[in-house]
Design a protein around this ligand. Structure first.
Ligand code: FCB
Length: 450
């Protein structure tokens, strides 16, 4: 399988997961510092205080990327490094760190993709109400303005938000990510503020970096019914509305899906309907984008419960599962990519995250098979006409996996956290060879299409 000329091959990380240096050079705590320092919230009480110490080792990390032939690097900026009070006063030291990183990447011939929000809300803004409050969107617009002013002369690819479903529902309704709430109404208000803030940010980036490409990274866990029963079909449809359509429909000018507004109202999750949606919000949210970012890891097998809280993904006996307990299912990725293009008409898609956690080192054959399977899905979608312009593997190196702490390893590069040594796994060399040739040997099996 020969990938198209110009297809971009890269890797991705995020600030809190790799930087460490949590209290250095003027950075103030984010909600993840608070959360990870709260007993019982993360595995083994792990924090990102040190993580991969990338804040001090970034030069070596960029050099290693260059050695591996990486063409694009997606990273995020830490909001409280740049705006320690959440808004207002700019911390030049914070901006300088990212500015130097961008220069080093460009010098190495690596295209930077900058994510503005990968979950590091400054704690001061959380104290003022956090994402359920509209003011937080105005503060985010400031971050977008300040950052794109400083880096917009060099950064050509911008991502406003990483995974709004996680920022809103996973963090405010499921409660396993910071700030750890379990409140449906707050979660749905948060989802709206996040989406609205995305639209506000797009305008700032366009003003400060007129030639840059701007997009957003949305995560997907496509649903399939556990059985042919009407109840399980309904469960799959609900999951789709909750996870996929609530976000994608709003971003593509279709507003919030009526069936979900009805469902949430019935459940009492929207006690006053969509009263938090103000005139013009939906137009702002649907600002035209240059690309759409897709994060995909696994699918969801939907079984009916009494409400969305009680729904579960049932296991698929005999299937391959990663160390995260996520089913390996490349065909769902293939179908998702087709759906996005044929139903929503995205003009350009980047895969902004895809990868897997396995603990094997240095011979991580299972990771190679995962990547090969998912890249085959990308290739097949491209053959259908889906305009996929690049693939950013998650992740460049093992890192702090949020509530899972350091128990998961997503990297193609191994990190020894005792010594901070970086050691490329087999998959890193395999990926280097794929990049060099732009070619992949298929491992697509008919059984993957079940
Ligand atoms: C995604 C996150 C990323 C990483 C991967 C495994 O949801 O965006 O930071 O944790 O999952």
């Amino acid at each position: 399988m020969q990938f198209p000329e110009g297809f971009l091959w890269g890797v991705a990380t995020s600030a809190y997961q790799i930087e460490g240096a949590w209290a250095e050079d003027g950075r103030t705590p984010s909600i993840w510092d608070t959360f990870s320092h709260t007993p019982g919230r993360t595995k083994n009480g792990a924090t990102g205080d040190v993580a991969c110490d990338h804040y001090h080792r970034w030069r070596d990390d960029v050099a290693l990327m260059a050695e591996l032939g990486i063409q694009a690097y997606r990273f995020s900026v830490s909001w409280p490094r740049i705006l320690p009070e959440g808004r207002g006063k700019v911390n030049q030291k914070g901006l300088d760190f990212y500015s130097r990183l961008v220069d080093a990447l460009l010098e190495a011939g690596i295209i930077p993709f900058v994510t503005l929000y990968h979950w590091e809300l400054p704690q001061v803004l959380q104290d003022a109400g956090g994402w359920p409050e509209r003011d937080t969107a105005a503060a985010f617009a400031e971050l977008a303005d300040v950052t794109s002013r400083a880096l917009g002369d060099r950064v050509t690819h911008w991502i406003t938000h990483n995974e709004p479903w996680c920022t809103s529902l996973l963090s405010h309704q499921v409660g396993v990510h910071a700030p750890g709430w379990r409140d449906w109404h707050a979660a749905l208000r948060a989802a709206h503020t996040v989406l609205w803030s995305h639209g506000l940010a797009v305008a700032h980036i366009r003003a400060n970096a007129p030639d840059a490409e701007v997009g957003i990274a949305i995560n997907f866990e496509p649903a399939t019914p556990a059985s042919p029963s009407p109840e399980d079909y309904h469960a799959a449809r609900l999951w789709d509305g909750y996870y996929f359509r609530w976000f994608v429909n709003a971003l593509y000018g279709r507003r919030y899906p009526a069936d979900m507004v009805h469902y949430y109202t019935q459940q009492g999750y929207l006690p006053h309907g969509l009263d938090f949606v103000q005139t013009g919000d939906m137009e702002t949210i649907a600002a035209p984008l240059d690309f759409f970012g897709v994060n995909y890891y696994t699918r969801h097998i939907a079984q009916a419960g009494e409400s969305l809280d009680a729904h579960r993904s049932v296991p698929n006996p005999g299937a391959e599962y990663t160390a995260m307990g996520w089913e390996v299912h490349p065909d769902s990725f293939y179908r998702l990519l087709n759906r996005l293009y044929f139903e929503y008409g995205m003009g350009k898609i980047y895969i902004t995250e895809n990868g897997c956690s396995y603990l094997d080192f240095p011979h991580d054959q299972k990771r190679i098979e995962y990547l090969r399977g998912h890249l085959t899905a990308v290739y097949r979608a491209i053959q259908n006409g889906v305009p996929i312009a690049g693939y950013l593997q998650w992740s460049f190196m093992d890192n702090y996996e949020w509530a899972e702490g350091y128990t998961q390893r997503f990297g193609i590069v191994y990190v020894d956290y005792e010594t901070q040594q970086r050691l490329p796994k087999d998959s890193a060399f395999w990926y280097r060879d794929v990049i060099k040739s732009g070619k992949l040997n298929s491992n697509f099996l008919k059984k993957d299409a079940d």
